[in-house]
Design a protein around this ligand. Structure first.
Ligand code: ACM
Ligand code: ZN
Length: 755
């Protein structure tokens, strides 16, 4: 059984493969050398993990006979804090040893990854053998974090624990909990009950894109949100602590705080009530008044409770993106600048943070903030999270401050990781692929050895504007988190992307068994058109070394299909299907794109009614670019008309015989998008006098039918014309059965195919 490979992520530092393998069925008990609480915790984890194979007894004291698992937590091993040794002995003997609790936990994570993934699901595995080996392992970076924003969308305690499980599997050790922001306050503060009564709730606009939400109407109820009670937070902290995960709470200030003013408006500069925002709040001008002493009493009272609740050494105070507009206009803020001898509003922000720093230090905690806290002078003891690139981190490390790297370029997991078109939901924008994450080095070249010591590590950030559900949250972070974990544990550049990818293929099987959602982004083939008037097709993927197979006749790729070598052009309507050959001989996810080379492609279109600026698709030629959309109205292929009819004229540049016209429309009730009631076509040779051709009714789907694309076809048009006018009649308002009853209805179109 020597062929069983070791495929652990993050890859251990030292692995010696021994010349045999061990049948898990031969193990008969688990032994705790010192019978400590933590040995018992790990013993229970192993017992429960192996339960599908057999029920193992946990016994006290070390065993020297074979067929045993020995767990030893003991200083005598002289292992570092997070270091462990895992021995799968040739004599059917498993030893897991560490000198500190974290090491023991990571040893279990490695053991787990040696076992058949089916055990994750609690079923008897096909393969009972694990490879004999000696693994001695410890991390490169001390700080290996994952962030989660629970303000933009709320995630319940059950998901928070699952997120912690994901962090744990990857041997990461920090959970940065972004608890407050413009879209909701999520932590119970006993002294200020209105923060959770009012600031945790907003009107529900989840059916609208984040940046395009309709204004809040008078008397509209705030029904979306939630918060964690202090009891729930203690439960999460306990769960995280057992898994050696430090939880860093973030309480934003002075900006990203407008939600507070739904409850305590007196704390902003203009003391104005504003409802909790259901979507993008930008620019964020409503921030805490830096001239008002009550603000500091409030914040200190809040932080007092936070410091008592969270046992870890850090409190994150945000500090990012505070728009200083109101500080410039506010008498109190200006008086503060004057009284404290400050130069400008940046120094006022710096003064603000330093006030808070004093308080945090008095509670024996350390302050962490986003890199904006550098502006106007950095607080002496602050740790900086460098997100706007590496620059803030470099500057801070040179000045002797601890730094956590999380540049948008490599660590923003709210960005797309593959083609937006195939993504299950719209992302924030941007693109951070798996390969990009794997190429990350938290230590920039600009730092010498001495300054490099201040880079504690890095973290992946998951902002949740475009993450409405736990499923999408998992999809966003997996498998990019796997790549980041290896950068931080094994060390940047210690393995090749290709070799990592091989192991990731195995880890994916574990995700499948755990029913963790992950992005197949890098397994997908990207089909791209390089031109606008005709088609030059390019195929690519991030999967290392794999050949791309494709077809042009609508059939699924197979061994006998073409292998992609270089860009090719197409001269007629063509469906391209492309996929990668998987290691097991099957083909990966099939990417598909049809390029419609019809009579209107490359011609002119004019709009009698203009599409909404926010739904412009690919712009002016969208409806005649030969490309159709998915059922995602934000995929870049759809144009939308709000309450208005769509009315367009296509100019074929010369009169032609027209056989058929096919119009594509979207039906997506959750997004307030309905099929047009009626579609009319008319024809003209001069562009002035149109003769009516025909009209057709469209049949709507059932209430809240799943989003779908429908075509309406005008066949046998039998016309000779240069100009074609198409009008799609909007139903104008949402019907009475719909949540948006009486509100504006949309018509969405993607392509007018003219043959
Ligand atoms: C941030 O992304 N505003 C820290
Ligand atoms: Zn002010």
């Amino acid at each position: 059984m020597n062929e069983i490979a070791i495929n652990i992520i993050p890859k251990p530092k030292h692995t010696e493969r021994l010349n045999s393998s061990l049948n898990l069925n031969s193990i008969d008990s688990i032994h705790l050398e010192n019978n400590t609480r933590y040995e018992n915790f790990i013993g229970q984890l192993i017992k429960s993990f192996l339960k599908p194979i057999k029920e193992l007894k946990i016994k006290h004291g070390k065993s020297n006979s074979s067929k045993k698992i020995n767990i030893s937590l003991n200083a005598k091993h002289k292992l570092k804090k997070e270091e462990y040794r895992l021995i799968i002995d040739d004599r059917k003997f498993i030893t897991l040893e560490a000198s500190h609790e974290p090491g023991l936990f990571y040893g279990f994570q490695s053991f787990r990854q040696l076992c058949d993934p089916m055990l994750e699901k609690g079923v008897v595995p096909k393969n009972l053998f694990i490879p004999s080996c000696i693994i001695t392992d410890s991390p490169t970076f001390n700080y290996r974090g994952m962030h989660l924003d629970v303000s933009r969308h709320f995630f319940d305690v059950e998901f928070i624990k699952l997120y912690i499980d994901m962090i744990a599997l990857h041997k990461m050790n920090v959970f940065h909990w972004h608890l407050t922001d413009d879209n909701g306050w999520r932590i119970e503060i006993k002294k200020y009950p209105l923060l959770t009564e009012k600031s945790a709730w907003r009107v529900d606009r989840r059916h609208e894109p984040w940046k395009e939400q309709s204004p809040i109407k008078a008397n509209e109820k705030a029904t979306y949100g939630g918060f964690y009670t202090q009891e729930e937070i203690k439960e999460v902290l306990e769960y995280a602590s057992e898994r050696n995960i430090l939880v860093i709470p973030e309480i934003e200030m002075p900006g990203h705080t407008s939600e507070v003013f739904a409850a305590y408006p007196e704390l902003s500069c203009n003391k104005k009530y504003i409802p909790v925002q259901p979507g993008s709040y930008w620019p964020g001008v409503d921030i805490f008044c830096a001239g008002n002493d009550e603000v500091f009493s409030f914040l200190k009272n809040v932080l007092e409770e936070v410091a008592l609740l969270f046992p870890g050494p850090y409190i994150h105070i945000g500090g990012d993106e505070a728009d200083k507009l109101n500080w410039r206009k506010c008498n109190k803020c200006q008086r503060r600048i004057n009284d404290e001898g400050l130069k400008d509003e940046h120094e006022l922000q710096s003064w603000f943070i330093k006030e808070i720093e004093k308080f945090i230090l008095s509670k024996d905690k350390k302050l962490v903030g986003w890199d904006e806290i550098l502006e106007g002078g950095l607080a002496k003891s602050a740790t900086v999270m460098s997100w706007r690139g590496f620059k803030g981190g470099i500057e801070s490390a040179k000045a002797g401050h601890d730094v956590i790297m999380c540049p948008v370029s490599h660590c923003y997991f709210d960005y797309y990781q593959s083609d937006p078109e195939s993504a299950p939901a719209a992302a924030f924008g941007g693109m951070t692929t798996l390969k990009t994450v794997y190429s990350f080095n938290p230590i920039p070249k600009e730092l010498d050895e001495k300054s490099s010591k201040f880079i504690l590590g890095a973290q992946g950030n998951l902002w949740t504007e475009y993450v409405q559900t736990p499923d999408i949250a998992q999809y966003r972070v997996l498998p990019r988190m796997s790549a980041l974990s290896e950068v931080l544990w094994s060390g940047p550049g210690s393995n090749t992307y290709e070799e990592f990818y091989f192991r990731l293929d195995k880890l994916k099987k574990r995700f499948d068994q755990l029913e963790w959602n992950y992005s197949p982004g890098s397994f997908e083939v990207k089909i791209k058109n390089l031109k606008s008037s005709d088609f030059s097709i390019s195929l690519s993927s991030e999967h290392p070394g794999k050949e791309i197979y494709y077809t042009k006749n609508g059939s699924n790729p197979s061994q006998s299909s073409n292998v992609f070598i270089s860009d090719f052009s197409i001269k007629e309507t063509t469906t391209i299907k492309a996929a990668l050959l998987q290691p097991d001989g099957t083909f990966g996810p099939i990417s598909e794109k049809t390029f419609y080379l019809h009579n209107a492609v490359g011609n002119k279109i004019s709009y009698n009614t203009k599409y909404a600026a926010k739904y412009s698709g690919s712009g002016e030629n969208n409806l005649i670019n030969g490309l159709i959309g998915s059922v995602n109205h934000n995929d870049g292929y759809w144009q939308g008309w709000e309450r208005e009819d769509m009315e367009i004229i296509i100019d074929l540049k010369e009169s032609k015989k027209i056989k058929s016209i096919t119009c594509g429309f979207l039906e997506s009730h959750n997004s307030w998008i309905f099929l047009p009631r009626t579609v009319y076509v008319s024809f003209s040779r001069d562009g002035k006098n149109f003769t009516h051709g025909s009209q057709k009714q469209m049949k709507e789907g059932k209430n809240y039918v799943a989003a779908n694309r429908k075509e309406i076809v005008f066949e046998n048009a039998n016309q000779f014309a240069r100009y074609i006018l198409i009008k799609a009649v909007n139903r104008r308002t949402c019907p009475s059965w719909h949540a948006g009853n009486g509100g504006d209805a949309w018509v969405f179109a993607d392509e007018i195919v003219i043959e």
